[in-house]
Design a protein around this ligand. Structure first.
Ligand SMILES: [Zn+2]
Length: 363
């Protein structure tokens, strides 16, 4: 795969999701329980999503998303588009982190409809801006939706299930590129969660290298054949209701990023829970950094000067020409995550103002 250098200095991206207005959250809930049909809900979302797009354009972003407003969760979209899952079999996060329940794979999987390509085509027709669309990585899907209790009959190991997910994600990524998505992204928070020893204990993970290797082996075949497409991987510590699920610096996993055949890593780094930018000393020198500069768990809106300071701290480790800016994570990776839309707008605006200041100073 050839690399696609970013042609805008300090380009600004969203990670994907934006907080949903309360009526959109209700709409998703009503769709889940069947109080409104998929198609009626879809038409209402067609009306709502252009607001999410305009908001990002007004905030001054270079790459916009559809806010992922159609999605109940960034990872469940896979189970909704693919046959073989049963709802609500797996409890949410550890220690009451989130009340969401997740589907488990219970049968051989088979694609039934696009995961995100329809969303992408809609977004493409509603904006002239560059667009970004994310799908979950096979590793994260396999960690989240395979369970020994429910899934062994279909896939004897988590790894077998992950391998079955890869061709489906690969085909979806090709469809996203064909739909005109400028920056496709694989969300792999479950790789970053590994940095937290408490989390590893709670999940019974004692061979971290094996897990890292699985993540790399899920990304590389998934992005095969995408040629010049611009591909990012997103890493974060997972959050719900302004709390992170895990904590810790990226030291254990940062070396492995160089083995992934993608151009950019959008990493959570503004929050103290991510352990500081010092880990970037190990960031691969042929990759673009998506530097997390906005802490969505903090209700106060960062000033542009504070964002500039965060970028300049990272520039001690990664040169300016390989730095792009993004919030730490999607603001609301699940529709249940109670986050504030206006606050997100103000934070994004601060980020793009900071990018303008950085361009004046360094390019
Ligand atoms: Zn994230």
């Amino acid at each position: 795969m050839s690399s696609s250098p970013i042609d805008i200095p300090f380009a600004t991206f969203v990670v994907g999701s934006l907080p949903r207005p309360a009526w959109v959250r209700d709409l998703i809930d009503d769709r889940i329980v069947g109080d409104i049909s998929e198609s009626d809900a879809g038409r209402l979302l067609d009306d709502a999503i252009p607001d999410a797009i305009r908001m990002q354009e007004r905030a001054g972003l270079d790459y916009v998303s559809d806010g992922e407003w159609r999605r109940e969760s960034y990872v469940k979209i896979f189970a909704e588009a693919v046959d073989g899952f049963e709802r609500d079999l797996i409890a949410g996060g550890s220690s009451g982190f989130s009340t969401l329940a997740y589907p488990a794979v219970v049968k051989s999987i088979a694609s039934k409809r696009p995961i995100a390509a329809d969303e992408a085509r809609f977004l493409r027709t509603r904006t002239e801006s560059r667009i970004t669309v994310a799908v979950p990585s096979p590793y994260t899907i396999a960690r989240r939706m395979w369970s020994a209790e429910h899934s062994r009959a279909a896939y004897s190991t988590r790894e077998h299930f992950m391998e079955a997910c890869i061709p489906i994600i690969r085909s979806e990524l090709h469809d996203l590129v064909d739909a005109g998505v400028d920056a496709v992204q694989l969300d792999d928070p479950w790789l970053a969660l590994l940095v937290d020893p408490e989390y590893r204990r709670s999940e019974g993970i004692d061979d971290i290298e094996r897990e890292i290797d699985m993540s790399v082996r899920s990304v590389n075949p998934a992005v095969e054949g995408l040629n010049n497409a611009f591909v990012s991987v997103h890493l974060c510590h997972a959050h719900f209701n302004r709390r992170h699920n895990t904590k810790g610096p990226y030291d254990l996993i940062i070396g492995a990023l160089g083995r992934m055949n993608v151009q950019r890593f959008a990493m959570e780094l503004a929050t103290q829970d991510a352990g500081g930018v010092e880990a970037l000393a190990g960031f691969p020198d042929d990759k673009i950094l998506g530097l997390g500069v906005i802490d969505h768990t903090d209700t106060s809106v960062e000033s542009p000067a504070l964002v500039v300071e965060r970028v300049e701290r990272a520039m001690q480790y990664v040169p300016a020409e390989r730095i792009t800016l993004n919030p730490d994570c999607g603001f609301a990776p699940s529709s249940a995550n109670p986050m504030d839309l206006d606050e997100a707008y103000l934070k994004l605006k601060s980020m793009t103002r900071a990018a303008g200041m950085l361009r004046d100073r360094y390019s």
